[in-house]
Design a protein around this ligand. Structure first.
Ligand code: DGJ
Length: 727
């Protein structure tokens, strides 16, 4: 049984430990190993997932240490459970073959490993049905340094007719632990990313969406599973998961009769049985996960590094600070007013002016959200000289110019709707139902893809200096039906394929222009979309107290460089508080600059200068959540540069009850204990004195063991500290 032969398959292939009866296939990252095993009957199972063992031959000893109840099927821990043969539990894949048969079995056929770089490897495992000419290739792309794995599958067959994919997950993982805790998120407009943690009980918990566009509005695909006990920031084993997909997703978490947990994630099969032609390949989106044995903080930092290095468009690059006019003017503006705002942009000291909704449509002018969407020509009354004149005037003021679009949508009151009713998603025989008075265009239709691409292309062709796009998406899909598609079961999938095709075309022609992924809030952010977008809009709720909580939750999964945070008039907090909160990401403003009191303006100008110095640390540094607003009266967040020579710490009072404040020091993290640091309060409101003695020097050792008190209280509700190494 244990006669071990190691076969080397040359450069492209991994070393594979082949035992007389089985083959072990490891997916290893810096700290962890997922070990799959094809047994004598070629069933593929998971034999280990957790901290990497020093001696790989011991993975074979793992199973014997578990004395759980009987394994009746031989495929309980399958990484890709097929339905209809031996499996008794939730499948990853279910199909109806060309002959109408509903059974699927998948046996190991072969595997190989491709080394993409020092850091990245791609394992592929071919599984075949012994009876039908049907196969699935499982892919595992592992990012060694960051302990991140992306998993997806490619499904194909050569049967004599179409095979219907009833369920077609990207992949699954199988976990063993003494109890599991799920941290999931729910929300709605202006209430995004509300966390909920619960112990997972037996049966299936499904996280999913059926909204089509703006898919995350009620529930995003990101989640955490803690093993053995709920993980904290610095302790415990925790898995973060997410589907890299902007449409309908579905993640099933099944606690089985043996007390093990299977997590299966993929496109939601809701209303989507997919007819796969012979030789056609169906590639699922990637299911992404990272496992940390040292709490949530490390999981986040790993994910942030991975995202900036490998996923987010220009993740390691620059971003533009901006002034947006949405809340300053809403739909009520004209060229003269905008010219004034361009001057304000310069006066404030930000990089770009962003013109929001309301600049377009003539037959049904866009003077409110009831009309005009879809008619992307400048409104002649508001902008008689077009966008070109605004771009030029921006240049004259030494600032850049960006523009809002919502190109996937249409108001029934629009020229576009009248000309192309067949481009609109709606049921032919049912009454229309609107979300924000609008409908969604049918991106499954190539003509609509051309149109949407054309909206962006036209703007850039006419205004090559255009420097930024805010891409909005305010409606979900009701009455899902495409008059273009023959098979309505393909609707949701073809919509997303159409959207990605458009984004591919845009990025092929305009590879680097920054684009914000907006959808009236965080209804759309995910790691498939962030391949095309430089940033996202976490929420329309910009009340800074609310934002501390919302940004905190997003920070578990997305790095600060992607989080567009705007200073607005929401909430009751002073301008300093609002600006400090918005600085914990990508800073923007959406206020009437000319209405600011003299000292408020002075404060903002100074804060922007500070931000320009600190932004490399905030965007590219390591983020440490120091004090959780859900657990105490003070919230505190720290960003440290990779050299550990510069850091910035933001602290806020989040509880206005009597005498609340930072009674205890807040322990810093991520510094060098051997280095010495000065701590200076910045972003001081004009004519106020700091409570912090900037002349004192502290070792990293002191700051991380004892901590530092930012002196947050009812008189100092927002405190920003700049921490610099003293040599
Ligand atoms: C929703 C966005 O979130 C807002 O910022 C703004 O752009 C409006 N849409 C415009 O209609």
């Amino acid at each position: 049984m244990n006669l071990r032969t190691v076969l080397s398959f040359g450069l492209l292939f991994s070393s594979v430990a082949i035992y007389a009866q089985h083959i072990n296939i490891p997916v290893e990252t810096r700290s962890n190993a997922l070990v799959l095993q094809a047994d004598a009957k070629k069933n593929l199972n998971t034999i280990y997932f957790g901290k990497k063992l020093a001696n790989a031959s011991e993975y074979d000893q793992v199973a014997a240490q578990y004395k759980q109840t009987s394994e009746y099927t031989g495929v309980l821990s399958s990484p890709y459970t097929p339905a209809g043969s031996k499996s008794l539990l939730e499948p990853a894949i279910a199909v109806t073959h060309a002959d109408g048969n509903n059974s699927l079995d998948l046996r190991y056929e072969s595997h190989k490993v491709e080394k993409i770089s020092d850091d990245v490897s791609l394992l592929s495992i071919v599984l075949k049905d012994p009876v039908y000419d049907f196969q699935v290739t499982l892919y595992y792309k592992s990012y060694f340094k960051d302990d991140v794995v992306e998993q997806w599958s490619v499904i194909r067959h050569r049967e004599k007719g179409n095979v219907v994919l009833q369920k077609f997950a990207s992949g699954s993982i199988y976990l063993k632990a003494d109890g599991f805790w799920l941290n999931q998120y729910h929300g709605d407009w202006a209430k995004e990313m509300q966390p909920e943690e619960s112990k997972i009980t037996h049966g299936i918990k499904t996280l999913d969406t059926k909204l089509g566009t703006r898919a995350n509005l009620f529930q995003p695909s990101v989640f955490m599973v803690s093993l053995n006990k709920p993980a904290t920031e610095d302790e415990g084993t925790v898995l973060y998961g997410a589907l890299e997909y902007s449409g309908n997703f579905r993640t099933d978490l099944e606690l089985d009769y043996q007390n093990n947990l299977k997590v299966i994630s993929g496109i939601n099969n809701f209303a989507s049985p997919y007819s796969l032609k012979p030789n056609e390949e169906f590639t699922t989106p990637a299911f992404l996960y990272t496992l940390s044995n040292t709490g949530k903080g490390d999981a986040s930092r790993n994910l942030h590094n991975w995202a900036r290095n490998y996923k987010i468009l220009d993740g390691k690059g620059n971003r533009l600070t901006l002034l947006n006019n949405w809340e300053a003017t809403y739909f009520d503006f004209n060229e003269g007013k905008l010219f004034e705002l361009l001057k304000d942009t310069k006066k404030l000291g930000v990089d770009l002016f962003l013109l929001d909704d309301g600049w377009f449509a003539n037959k049904y002018p866009r003077n409110g959200d009831v009309a005009g969407l879809g008619d992307w020509e400048e409104n002649k009354t508001k902008l008689p000289n077009g966008v070109a004149s605004l771009v030029k005037e921006a240049g004259n003021n030494g600032v850049k110019f960006g523009i809002w679009i919502e190109p996937e949508m249409v108001n029934p009151k629009s020229n576009l709707y009248e000309k192309h009713p067949d481009w609109v998603i709606k049921q032919p025989k049912r009454e229309e139902h609107y979300f924000r008075n609008q409908l969604v265009l049918d991106l499954a239709n190539p003509k609509v893809q051309d149109f949407v691409f054309g909206v962006v292309d036209d703007l850039f062709t006419k205004n090559p200096e255009l420097a930024y796009i805010k891409w909005d998406c305010n409606a979900v899909i009701y009455n899902a039906y495409s008059s273009y598609l023959g098979n309505q079961n393909h609707f949701y999938i073809e919509y997303m394929r159409g959207l990605y095709k458009v984004l591919e075309r845009i990025r092929a022609k305009y590879p680097s222009v920054p684009m914000m992924l907006c959808s009236g809030g965080g209804g759309r952010v995910d790691y498939a979309a962030l391949k095309y977008f430089t940033e996202f809009w976490p929420s329309d709720n910009t009340d800074p107290i609310e934002r501390i909580f919302i940004q905190w939750e997003y920070s578990y999964f997305y790095p600060a460089i992607t989080s567009s945070n705007h200073v607005t008039d929401w909430g009751k907090q002073p301008i300093k508080f609002r600006t400090d909160v918005a600085m914990m990401g990508k800073l923007g403003f959406d206020i009437v600059v000319s209405h600011l009191k003299e000292n408020d303006l002075k404060y903002c100008q100074e804060a922007i200068k500070n931000y320009n110095t600190l932004k490399p640390v905030i965007w590219h540094g390591d983020q440490y959540r120091l004090a959780n607003p859900r657990e105490g009266s003070v919230a505190s967040m720290l960003y440290v540069n990779p050299e550990k020579s510069s850091a910035v710490m933001f602290s806020y009072l989040v509880n206005n009850r009597y005498d609340e404040g930072s009674k205890l020091p807040v322990r810093l993290k991520g510094l060098d204990s051997g280095k010495k640091y000065s701590i200076k309060e910045i972003n001081l409101y004009p004519d106020t004195k700091s409570a912090i003695d900037a002349s004192k020097i502290y070792t990293g050792d002191f700051l991380m063991k004892v901590g530092f008190n930012p002196v947050v209280n009812s008189g100092r509700t927002s405190v920003v500290l700049q921490i610099e190494e003293i040599k």
